[in-house]
Design a protein around this ligand. Structure first.
Ligand code: NAD
Length: 493
């Protein structure tokens, strides 16, 4: 949670949990603040610091709502998702401003996220209605063999702060359309925009208990969301450490879907368009202030083109305007919270200690317009040892480590020599190398001449190795699979 340093002079709006169709205070009546990361004197709102009693009530409500929600006609479930999408679309500007105020990303990015979230609701409203089983040919002409898809039951949805609306949307929409009921716990850094999604579903007429919303610390509410016997599935996006913990704690009959950290490489080959490569690294490494799970954090560059590449990268990075997400032209906003700021500065120190050259940035901005926010100048390190901490560990901030190599083979070996495997890209005009890369690289998302960031709503998304449990993919049509179980029916006539 963000640290509040100031004495409040104005009244702060209070927001409640949503359990069994009612907006209600937590049982213990404790609360916490969500704070603007661009201005720590700006309190976005006060939220319920819930405990396990609240989670218990939410799970019970979801359990009770499941039998009727799972039987409702899919077209009715779809119309609620469509109606909620319309509510988001009608309020796009106001919601984008709230998202910027709470998370720090630029308001244009925030608008795109609101629109994308509405599109996700609409996408699953359509896809979910045609998601069904198969019929299998067999030798008995008096028998039909087919699979039926059924919802699981109660699903816990646990989400991070970096895409605080679109990640919940891509989990909640497929869960609901397939007939599951949901208990949703958002990040304590971005509870307001998460609440707006639940509010939209409420206004769209979702029956009571079908979606429940509980805010609070992971240490107070996390365990029960994962271990309660009625919870049939946990869909989680966040850090690998938390994902591993949840995956281990979940019961034998509880499905888990964990979308986790990354240490995403971009390889620059010696035939690459160097200007394009530098642009891709700036956009992939520094947009959203480096706080994208698929953000570029390692650039593995062929030695012959390294100097030209680094020169262009520094040139483009130094042109990025750093500032408040409401200012036009700003490309780098604040980090989302104080913990993030400390973590980024810690890794900048690690980089220096481990012998890398800090070519650009990496400093905490504290004067003038920056003094009340968590601002840092994006950092570019060169001469990075592939075994050093900035080359191996997820930083989740605007820090790019440039590693020089002599061959494609060496580049691939280094790219794969981390515990993560979320996203990776190569910049080349050589079709053979590009094709080889798609086979050699250990990543769930593979790009050629594109940023490591960005994924389509209608295509599968997920990581390999410690970036995901690799059980079920999110996003796209396959995103529906996690939320359903198969029954095989042998029907003799
Ligand atoms: P986080 O793991 O600290 O928290 C994520 C959510 O999980 C929060 O709601 C938090 O309260 C909750 N949580 C934390 N520990 C828990 C536990 N033990 N039990 C139950 N709930 C728990 O992550 P964050 O700081 O919010 O987000 C940043 C991380 O998310 C980065 O590692 C990033 O790579 C990852 N991320 C991954 C993806 C992806 O799709 N792979 C997308 C976005 C972010």
């Amino acid at each position: 949670m963000k640290k509040v340093i100031v004495v409040l002079t104005t009244k702060v709006a209070t927001f409640n949990n949503y359990i069994n169709g009612e907006w209600q205070e937590s049982v213990n009546k404790k609360s916490f603040y969500s704070v603007n990361p661009a201005n720590n004197e700006d309190i976005v709102g006060s939220f319920q610091a819930s405990n396990e009693q609240d989670v218990q009530l939410a799970i019970e409500a979801a359990q009770k709502a499941f039998p009727s929600w799972s039987q409702i006609a899919p077209s009715k479930r779809a119309s609620i998702l469509n109606q909620a999408a319309s509510i988001l679309e009608q309020n796009v500007q106001a919601l984008a401003e709230e998202l910027t105020r709470e998370e720090g990303k630029h308001v244009d990015d925030a608008k795109n996220e609101v629109i994308r979230s509405a599109q996700t609701l609409r996408y699953y409203a359509v896809e979910g209605q045609s998601f069904t089983g198969e019929t299998f040919p067999n030798d008995d002409s008096n028998m039909k063999v087919s699979t039926e898809r059924e919802p699981l039951g109660v699903v816990s949805v646990i989400t991070p702060w970096n895409f605080p609306l679109s990640i919940p949307a891509r989990k909640i929409a497929p869960a609901l359309i397939t007939g599951n009921t949901v208990v949703f716990k958002p990040s304590s850094d971005t509870p307001l925009i998460a609440l707006r999604l639940v509010e939209a579903l409420d206004k769209a007429g979702i029956p009571k208990g079908v979606i429940n919303f509980v805010t609070g610390k992971a240490s107070d509410v996390g365990d029960l969301l994962v271990t309660h016997p009625a919870v049939r599935a946990v869909t989680f996006t966040g850090s690998t450490a938390a994902g591993e913990d949840i995956h281990k704690k979940a019961g034998f009959t509880t499905r888990t879907q964990m979308e986790l950290g990354g240490k995403n490489p971009l390889i620059v080959m010696d035939d690459a368009d160097i200007n394009l490569a530098a642009t891709l690294v700036v956009n992939g490494g520094f947009s959203l202030t480096g706080q994208a799970c698929t953000g570029t954090s390692r650039v593995i560059v062929l030695r012959d083109v390294k100097d030209e590449f680094v020169q262009k990268l520094v040139e483009k990075t130094s042109a990025l305007k750093i500032g408040h997400g409401f200012e036009p032209g700003v490309k780098i906003g604040p980090l989302a919270n104080e913990k993030q700021l400390k973590n980024v500065l810690k890794y900048v120190e690690y980089g220096k200690q481990d012998g890398a050259t800090l070519e650009y940035g990496g400093v905490h901005l504290t004067s003038g317009e920056y003094q009340k926010g968590f601002y840092v100048k994006p950092a570019i390190f060169t001469n990075v040892n592939p075994n050093s901490r900035i080359a191996k560990e997820e930083i989740f901030g605007p820090v790019v480590a440039v590693i020089e190599v002599d061959t494609y083979e060496e580049a691939i070996a280094i790219a794969n020599d981390v515990e993560y495997g979320l996203s990776a890209s190569i910049v080349t005009n050589n079709l053979r190398i590009a094709n080889q890369f798609t086979k050699d690289i250990q990543a769930g998302t593979v790009k050629v001449n594109r940023t490591t960031t960005g994924n389509l709503m209608n295509a599968p998304f997920g990581g390999l190795k410690k970036s995901s449990t690799s059980t079920f993919r999110e996003s796209g049509r396959v995103g529906l699979e996690f939320f359903t179980q198969l029954k095989t029916v042998y029907m003799g006539y």
